[in-house]
Write a protein that binds this ligand. Structure first.
Ligand code: UD1
Ligand code: MG
Length: 453
C-alpha cells in the first residue's frame, strides 16, 4: 500500500486563546493538542510526520520531541503558507494535512478518509462534517451535482454561503504532486489577506483534478479549538471518551463528568474512582483499587486492592492492600510496601517503607529506608536537612518510634529499636534497645503557692 505523509499545521499564534503559550500546547486531560494530532497520525500508520512550527517554535518542538520532522514558518501568513513550508519535505505519494488545533479526530477516521480518497480517484478530499451551528468554520461549496467545488471562509462568505451547514474540518487528503502544484498558485487575495490552504481545492478543480469530501459521522471529531470555551468543550468530550473506555473495561467511575484521567493512564478491573479525582500521566492502577474524592495521582504505580482517600501521590509506587490517607502526601521517589498504613497528614518523600509498617498520623518521613512492621508514633519527624545537605535515616524491622520523636539524620535505628516519646535521636539505636533522649521530668512541689508569695 502506498503510504502517506502527515503535515500538522501548528505555527499559528492562537490569538483568540489570549495566552502567553502557543495554542497547540494547551491541554485536554493533561495532554497537549498537537500531541493528540501527532498520535492520531502515527496510529493511522503515516510514513512521516512534518509539523509546521512558527509561533514559540522552540517550545512546541520541545513538547513534541524528536519523533518527527519540523518545518519552520517564520511569518504566519495563513494555513496555505504553512503548508508551503512543509511540502518540500514530503516524501510519500499522499499527504494528509492535519489542523494542530483539532485533537478529537480519531486515527480510525484518518484511515477511513485515506481509503476513501484512494478509492474515489480524487486529487483532493476534504474532511467535512455537518454542523447545525457552523459559525467560524469554512463552508463547503458544492455544485448542482453535489461535487465539491471549493471552500469559502466565514469572513469571505456571502449570505447564501453562510447558510451552508457542511463545514471544513481543516483536514484534507491530497495527492502530494497536485498539492505541491496548487500551493504554488494560491494568493492572499481575501478578507484576511492570508494564504488560505482552502483555496487549493478550487485551484485543483480548475486545473482538471477531481475534488471530493469525506464526511465524518461524528461531527465532534473535527472540532477546532480557537478559544478557551472551545477548549473546555473539547476537554469534556475527550474526558467522556477516556472515562467511557475505562468503564467498558470494568472500572466503576462515580460522577465521571468530574473525573479527569489522562489518555495513557491504565486502570485494572473492579477499581472504583470517586468524584473529583485527577489521574495524570504515567499512572498505572491495579485491580480492586479504591480512589476516594479529591485525590490526585501523577506518575503513580498503584498495586491491587490499595485504598486511597483524598491524597496526592507523585511518581511513587504503592503496593498491595495499603491504605493511604485521608490527606496524605506521597512525594516523588517513594516505594511504599504492602499492607502499609500511611494515615492522615503524613508526608513521605524519597523513601522506602517496608511491608506492614504503620505511619498513622502527622508524620514526615523524608530520605528514609524503613523496614517491615515498624510503628511510627504520631508526630514523628525525620530531620533530613541541615540547611545545606540532605541525609538518610535507616530503620530496621519491627522498630517502634514513640510519639513526637525527631530522628536527626544521618542516623540508624536497628531491628526492634524503640524510641521514647519526645526523644531527639542523634545516635544509632542498637537492636532491641530503648533510646530515651530527652530531659527527665522534675516535679516542683507546691510551686504554685511559692510563686504567689
Ligand atoms: C481553519 C480553516 C477553516 C476550517 C477551520 C477548522 C483556513 C483558511 N481555514 O480556520 O476553513 O473550517 O480551520 O478548524 O485554512 N496555522 C499555521 N500557520 C498560519 C496560520 C495557521 O500553522 O499561518 C495553523 C494553526 O496553528 C492551527 C491551524 O493552522 O493549528 C488552523 O489555523 P486557525 O487560525 O485556527 O484557522 P481557523 O480560523 O480555525
Ligand atoms: Mg482553528
Amino acid at each position: 500500500m502506498e503510504g502517506f505523509s502527515a503535515v500538522i499545521l501548528a505555527a499559528g499564534m492562537g490569538t483568540r486563546m489570549k495566552s502567553r503559550h502557543p495554542k497547540v500546547l494547551h491541554k485536554l486531560c493533561g495532554k497537549n493538542l498537537a500531541s493528540y494530532v501527532a498520535d492520531a497520525a502515527r496510529e493511522a500508520g503515516c510514513g512521516q510526520i512534518i509539523t509546521v512550527v512558527g509561533h514559540c517554535a522552540d517550545e512546541v518542538k520541545a513538547a513534541l520531541g524528536d519523533g518527527m520532522e519540523y518545518a519552520l514558518q517564520e511569518q504566519m501568513l495563513g494555513t496555505g503558507h504553512a503548508a508551503m513550508q512543509a511540502i518540500p519535505l514530503v516524501r510519500e505519494k499522499y499527504t494528509f494535512v492535519f489542523n494542530g488545533d483539532a485533537p478529537l479526530l480519531r486515527h480510525e477516521t484518518v484511515r477511513k478518509a485515506i481509503e476513501a480518497h484512494k478509492a474515489s480517484g480524487n486529487s483532493a478530499t476534504v474532511i467535512t462534517a455537518m454542523l447545525p451551528d457552523a459559525a467560524g468554520y469554512g463552508r463547503i461549496v458544492r455544485n448542482g451535482d453535489g461535487e465539491v467545488t471549493g471552500i469559502v471562509e466565514q469572513k469571505d462568505a456571502s449570505e447564501e454561503e453562510l447558510k451552508i451547514c457542511e463545514v471544513n474540518s481543516g483536514m484534507y487528503v491530497f495527492n502530494t504532486d497536485e498539492l505541491r502544484e496548487a500551493l504554488g498558485k494560491i494568493t492572499p487575495d481575501n478578507a484576511q489577506k492570508e494564504y488560505y490552504l482552502t483555496d487549493t481545492i478550487g485551484i485543483i478543480r480548475n486545473s482538471g483534478g477531481k475534488t471530493g469530501a469525506f464526511t465524518v459521522a461524528d461531527a465532534d471529531e473535527i472540532r477546532g479549538i480557537n478559544d478557551r470555551a472551545q477548549l473546555a468543550e473539547a476537554e469534556r468530550l475527550m474526558q467522556m471518551r477516556i472515562n467511557r473506555k475505562h468503564m467498558m473495561n470494568g472500572v466503576t467511575i462515580h460522577a465521571p463528568e468530574t473525573v479527569l484521567i489522562s489518555p495513557e493512564v491504565v486502570i485494572g478491573a473492579d477499581s472504583e474512582i470517586y468524584p473529583q479525582v485527577i489521574l495524570e500521566k504515567g499512572t498505572v492502577i491495579g485491580n480492586g483499587v479504591t480512589i476516594g474524592s479529591g485525590s490526585r495521582l501523577s506518575g503513580a504505580v498503584i498495586r491491587d486492592s490499595v485504598d486511597i482517600q483524598s491524597s496526592v501521590i507523585l511518581d511513587s509506587e504503592v503496593r498491595e492492600n495499603t491504605h493511604v490517607g485521608p490527606f496524605a502526601y506521597i512525594r516523588p521517589n517513594c516505594v511504599v510496601g504492602s499492607d502499609v498504613k500511611v494515615g492522615d497528614f503524613v508526608e513521605l518523600k524519597n523513601s522506602n517503607i517496608g511491608n506492614g509498617t504503620k505511619i498513622s498520623h502527622l508524620t514526615y518521613v523524608g530520605d528514609a529506608d524503613v523496614g517491615e512492621k515498624c510503628n511510627f508514633g504520631c508526630g514523628t519527624v525525620t530531620v533530613n536537612y541541615d540547611g545545606k545537605k540532605k541525609y538518610r535515616t535507616t530503620i530496621g524491622n519491627n522498630a517502634f518510634i514513640g510519639c513526637n520523636s525527631n530522628l536527626v539524620a544521618p542516623v540508624t535505628l536497628k531491628d526492634g529499636a524503640y524510641t521514647a516519646a519526645g526523644s531527639t535521636i542523634t545516635d544509632e539505636v542498637p537492636e532491641n534497645t530503648l533510646a530515651i533522649a530527652r530531659a527527665r521530668q522534675v516535679n516542683k512541689e507546691e510551686w504554685k503557692d511559692r510563686r504567689k508569695k
